[in-house]
Ligand binder design. Structure first.
Ligand SMILES: Cc1cc2nc3c(=O)[nH]c(=O)nc-3n(C[C@H](O)[C@H](O)[C@H](O)COP(=O)(O)OP(=O)(O)OC[C@H]3O[C@@H](n4cnc5c(N)ncnc54)[C@H](O)[C@@H]3O)c2cc1C
Length: 335
């Protein structure tokens, strides 16, 4: 029996869990994947790793600034570059000196591991239904007879996934709010190249106004002693929308690389490539509020980057807001 069960070990869920645990509640986080971090995730492959979701952190808000300060002191984050290159068909390649981009040499999932410290987290547990008995929430999992029981629940997952869970239990007005939220998708490709490949001058290249390719990063330049150049490619939203349901993503990944090879020919022929689909990559129509109260008889709140923001800063703010609201409701009754 927990005070609060948090569904989703992404940034919003982990921040919310930390806040509530520090306030003295007994908290559990349940996560469907085998790893932590949600869209802040690193893939281990060959003899290396690569960031397949969030590639770098920018201190562009109060919470990301504090996180960057904390994690650079802990040697988890370091400056990757302060020059972002941009490519646009009409003006070509342009270097833009700006704010530093921070990365984790051990992979961006190190951020999630740091935030997960001392939390009780159950991995590989996909919540398939929520029900209320005896003034408690009961969380049921896919392929499992075990349950988690808690007084309050925070649903820290993308709105369309939250909608599926909340349909049987929430008021129509809450479901309508969830339906309003829209996300764009992204297909990301990690590709490894021969050791003698000539490297481009850029580390982070944003491709502007292109329907296929949005971003390329030289991922291996984040880490010392990498023999194999590894690049990460993010598709444009339009491209992802077209191919997000394609069963075999390998040829789709190759299409992305072909586009990239028009800018840098050596990128056309990697030794290997791995593709990922992010159906809910970036909120395009978020809610105005920082979290969504379901107004159920026992507390249930939703949070995530789609509540009051678009990005990591928004996810963190939303996790904090959900923790604050849960604390306000539980405080008088918790012993
Ligand atoms: C390719 C890519 C690049 C990005 N680049 C940037 C960037 O440069 N800057 C920036 O600010 N942001 C960027 N983002 C967005 C940023 O990563 C997100 O805003 C942020 O990580 C969202 O965190 P979250 O906690 O709201 O959701 P998520 O990270 O999606 O976490 C939700 C978690 O819930 C789990 N879950 C879902 N359903 C269930 C269930 N039924 N049961 C149990 N667990 C469940 C999921 O597995 C996931 O771990 C990027 C995202 C992607 C995909």
């Amino acid at each position: 029996m927990f005070d609060v069960a948090i569904i989703g070990a992404g940034m919003s869920g982990l921040i919310c869990a930390q806040q509530l645990q520090q306030a003295g509640y007994r908290v559990v986080v349940v996560e469907k994947s085998r790893g932590l971090g949600g869209r802040v995730t690193t893939r281990r492959l060959q003899d290396t790793c690569a960031d397949r979701g969030l590639s770098y952190l920018i201190a562009n808000g109060e919470l990301t600034t504090s996180l960057v300060e904390l994690l650079t002191c802990q040697d988890i984050l370091q400056v990757w570059t302060d020059t972002v290159h941009e490519f646009r068909a009409d003006f070509g390649l342009k270097a833009v000196k700006g704010v530093p981009l921070y990365t984790a040499p051990k992979g961006m999932s190190a951020i999630a591991r740091f935030l997960a410290k001392d939390l009780e987290i159950q991995l590989s547990k996909r919540v398939v239904s929520l029900s209320l008995f005896d003034d408690c929430w009961h969380l049921q999992f896919e392929n499992s007879n075990t349950q988690v029981v808690a007084k309050a629940v925070v649903v820290a997952i993308p709105a369309p996934q939250a909608l599926t869970l909340l349909k049987p239990i929430a008021l129509p007005v809450v479901l309508d709010s969830l339906r309003q939220v829209e996300f764009s998708s992204c297909i990301s490709v990690i590709a490894g190249y021969p050791a003698n490949m000539p490297l481009p001058v850029w580390r982070s290249l944003t491709v502007i106004d292109d329907d296929t390719l949005a971003w390329i990063g030289n991922d291996s330049s984040k880490r010392l002693g990498m023999n194999t150049p590894v690049f990460v490619f993010h598709s444009a939203a339009k491209f992802a929308q077209t191919y997000i349901d394609t069963e075999d993503l390998q040829p789709i990944g190759q299409q992305l690389l072909n586009k990239a090879a028009k800018l840098f020919p050596e990128l056309a022929n990697p030794d290997w490539l791995q593709c990922d689909r992010w159906r809910y990559a970036f909120p395009t129509i978020p809610l105005a509020d920082n979290c969504l109260n379901a107004y159920t008889p026992q507390p249930l709140l939703c949070c995530g980057d789609w509540c009051g923001g678009f990005n990591l800063e928004g996810a963190m703010r939303s996790g904090n807001a959900a923790a604050k609201q849960i604390n306000q409701v539980l405080q008088p009754t918790s012993s």
